[in-house]
Design a binder for this molecule. Structure first.
Ligand code: GDD
Ligand code: MG
Length: 321
C-alpha cells in the first residue's frame, strides 16, 4: 500500500494543480521512484491509497501498470488519515495478508527485504523502518530497546521532548490483525493512534538503517530530492548565453538570453525571461518568469503563474496559499 492521498499543503501552490506524488523528481513523477524501489524488493502489486486528486494517478497509469508493477486504486470517499487509508485500501483490494505500507513522499533505498525478515524474526504485529535525522521534531520520533521493541512513538514532539534522533521513516510491515483493529468509518492516524497503542502492548518493533532517505514533502526537501538528479548546462530551449547549473529542467522549458538558473526545478514548459535569475527555487509547469525578474531563497511559483518583469521574490510562494 502506498499512501498518496494527502493534500500536499506544504508544497502549495504546486500541489494545487498536481498531487504531491505526481510532482516530478528528476525526470519522473515521485511515485515512480517509490514504486521502482518496491519493485526492486520483489513487490509485484501496489495498492495506491488515494484521496486528494485521484484522477491525476489514474490518468497517468491508465493501464494500471507502473515500472512493471500492477497498480490498483483505492479512492477514499473522504480523507481517512494514514491508518484509515491503509485499512480502507486493504479492504477495497481484498488484502488479508501481511502488507508493506509506505508514505508516498519518501524516497529511499532502504533494504525492504531486511525489514520484512526482521519483522518475521521478532514475531512483530507491526514493524517500522527508522532513519536518523538532525531535527526529529517534524517527524514521528521512535525509541526502542535492544531487541528493537518500540518503547515510545511520539509524533512531531517539540525538539526538547524528542527522546532520540531516530524517526519513523514511513515504511511499515503490518500484520492483518493490525489492519483489522483499525476503527472504520472515521479518520485514524497510524502515527497518533495505531502505533502508540501497539507500542503500549509491546507488539511494535522498529529497525534503523543508514540507507539514503528523504521525505520530499517540503519545498526544501523536495528541491533537495530533485537536485540528486540535477544536470548542468545546455538543453533544448536554453539560450546559449544563459547559464544553467545543478538544476532539473523539464521538457519544453525555454530559458532566455543571459538568464541564470541555479539549484532549481523548472517544470514542464516553464518560461524564463531574458536576464532573469532563478536560484534555489521551484517553478511550476507553464509558469512564466518575466525578463530580469529574480527568484531566490526557496521561492515557489505555481502552475501557469506569471511573474512580472523585474519582480524580486525571495522565499515567496506565488500565489500565496
Ligand atoms: N490516502 C490517504 N489519505 N493518504 C494520506 C492521508 C489520507 O487521509 N493523509 C496523508 N496521506 C499520505 C500523504 O500523501 C503522504 O504520502 C503520507 O500519507 C504521509 O503524510 P505526510 O503529510 O507526508 O506526513 P508527514 O511527512 O508530515 O509525516 C509522516 O512521515 C514522516 C516521514 O516522512 C509521518 O508518518 C511521520 O511519523 C514520519 O516521520
Ligand atoms: Mg511527508
Amino acid at each position: 500500500m502506498v499512501l498518496v492521498g494527502g493534500m500536499g499543503t506544504r508544497l502549495r501552490p504546486l500541489t494545487l494543480s498536481t498531487p504531491k506524488q505526481m510532482l516530478p523528481v528528476g525526470s519522473r513523477p515521485m511515485i515512480e521512484h517509490v514504486v521502482e524501489h518496491l519493485a526492486r524488493h520483489g513487490v509485484q502489486e501496489v495498492v495506491l491509497a488515494l484521496g486528494f486528486r485521484p484522477d491525476a494517478f489514474t490518468a497517468a497509469y491508465p493501464d494500471g501498470r507502473c515500472n512493471g508493477v500492477r497498480l490498483r486504486y483505492a479512492v477514499e470517499p473522504r480523507p481517512l488519515d494514514t491508518a484509515g487509508a491503509v485499512a480502507f485500501a486493504a479492504a477495497e483490494a481484498g488484502v488479508d495478508r501481511t502488507v508493506v505500507a509506505c508514505n508516498g513522499d519518501v524516497l529511499t533505498d532502504m533494504d525492504l527485504s531486511e525489514l520484512i525478515d526482521f519483522h518475521r524474526r521478532q514475531g512483530a504485529a507491526a514493524t517500522i523502518h527508522l532513519t536518523p535525522v538532525d531535527d526529529p521534531s517534524r517527524y514521528g520520533v521512535v525509541s526502542t530497546d535492544d531487541e528493537g521493541r518500540v518503547m515510545a512513538f511520539i509524533e512531531k514532539p517539540s525538539i526538547e521532548a524528542a527522546p532520540t534522533n531516530l524517526i519513523n521513516a514511513g515504511t511499515y510491515v503490518l500484520e492483518p490483525e493490525v489492519l483489522a483493529a483499525i476503527p472504520r468509518g472515521r479518520p485514524v492516524s497510524i502515527e497518533r493512534e495505531t502505533f502508540p497503542a501497539l507500542a503500549a502492548q509491546g507488539r511494535l518493533y522498529a529497525l534503523a538503517s543508514a540507507a539514503a532517505w528523504i521525505d520530499a514533502g517540503t519545498p526544501a526537501s523536495y528541491l533537495a530530492a530533485n537536485l540528486r538528479h540535477a544536470t548542468d548546462g545546455p538543453a533544448g530551449g536554453v539560450d546559449t548565453t544563459a547559464s544553467v547549473t545543478s538544476s532539473v529542467i523539464a521538457a519544453g522549458v525555454t530559458i532566455g538570453p543571459g538568464a541564470v538558473v541555479e539549484r532549481s526545478v523548472l517544470m514542464l514548459g516553464a518560461d524564463i525571461g531574458r536576464g532573469a535569475l532563478v536560484r534555489d527555487s521551484l517553478v511550476g509547469p507553464g509558469a512564466r518568469i518575466g525578463d530580469r525578474a529574480r527568484l531566490d531563497g526557496l521561492s515557489v511559483v505555481g502552475a501557469g503563474v506569471e511573474v512580472p518583469a523585474g519582480e524580486e521574490l525571495v522565499g515567496v510562494r506565488l500565489p500565496a496559499s
